[in-house]
Design a protein around this ligand. Structure first.
Ligand code: ATP
Ligand code: MG
Length: 279
């Protein structure tokens, strides 16, 4: 087992972060205004999350396509009750177990994840020892720079970048370019908000893939090794909490049990049932 240096104590008192209190973007004051104007809105949290993505587009982090993808996710989130359900908790435990047991785990960050949970991604990287790697569908050097420096503002260090030196040949999108020191060599890849094509391609070259996807019927959800059917704004902070709870007392047997007990088909079936039967 890879020895992980856990840094839980650095985050004592603020394990998960408070996404409503921190829009996580350089908004020049606009974000504060939006937050004030939504003070009494019944769908405040959801709208604040939306606002972060819009800011992400303005600051060159998120693609316009990312807004549409998020809208599809919002509809599904509404149906699962906008909370972390039991089928997600099981997957979160397995996901954290797989990351801590991995020899070379990597966290892949796209424009939506960077806009929505930048600080939490950095924390997850610190508590699991998995480096962050920028990987985007619509490739541009400017957007890679914007995402990497955004993560840097949240304390991210040694951010890996896509490169032409390492290419996943079976993919046609910008997601084919990976870091030779990151995804190329990784055994476990955490890919919140994955695209179905790449999820399948990563599995085909032998990687364990952990995804967060509100749609249990998507190719991503089906093809991933472990799928957390939850909103990334709840799932990633929960993963940080879970990793921090393990702290320095890493019990390899308990981590393996969490991974072994994870039943992919039954997690996806439970999530689909929850969606179909309503709240
Ligand atoms: P796939 O590529 O896996 O077959 P797809 O093409 O239907 O699926 P995409 O357009 O690639 O889906 O991505 C949009 C999906 O991403 C949404 O349907 C939703 O499930 C997921 N998604 C979007 N935003 C979030 C979010 N904040 N948290 C979790 N999942 C999200
Ligand atoms: Mg897709």
């Amino acid at each position: 087992m890879r020895l992980v240096e856990l840094h839980g104590s650095r985050f004592a008192g603020d394990p998960a972060g408070d996404f409503s209190a921190d829009l996580g973007v350089d908004s020049g004051g606009d974000a504060d205004e939006v937050e004030e104007s939504l003070a009494s809105h019944p769908r405040r949290e959801s709208l604040l999350v939306r606002e972060r993505l819009v800011e992400g587009v303005h600051s060159g982090i998120t693609s316009q396509h990312g807004l549409i993808a998020h809208g599809r996710g919002e509809a599904l989130d509404y149906l699962i009750g906008e909370r972390t359900r039991d089928f997600s908790e099981v997957a979160i435990r397995a996901a954290v177990g797989a990351m801590l047991l991995a020899e070379r785990p990597v966290i892949s960050v796209n424009g939506n994840a960077a806009a929505l949970v930048p600080g939490e991604m950095v924390r997850l990287s610190e508590v699991t020892g998995a480096p962050l790697e920028v990987n985007i569908f619509h490739h541009s050097e400017a957007r890679v720079d914007a995402i990497a420096s955004h993560l840097g503002r949240f304390g991210g260090e040694g951010i890996l970048r896509p490169s032409e030196e390492a290419v996943i040949e079976t993919l046609s999108s910008g997601r084919r370019f990976v870091s030779p020191d990151g995804i190329a060599k990784a055994d476990v890849v955490f890919v919140p908000l994955e695209d179905g094509d790449r999820c399948g391609a990563l599995r085909a070259i032998g990687k364990t893939v952990i995804a967060v996807d509100l749609n249990p019927m998507s190719r991503t959800s089906r093809d991933a090794s472990i799928t957390i059917v939850d909103n990334v704004v709840r799932a990633v902070p929960r993963m940080v909490e879970e990793a921090m709870a393990i702290g320095d007392q890493v019990d390899e047997g308990a981590l393996r049990r969490a991974v072994d007990e994870y039943d992919h088909a039954s997690v996806l079936a439970d999530a689909e049932n929850a969606l179909r039967s309503g709240l």
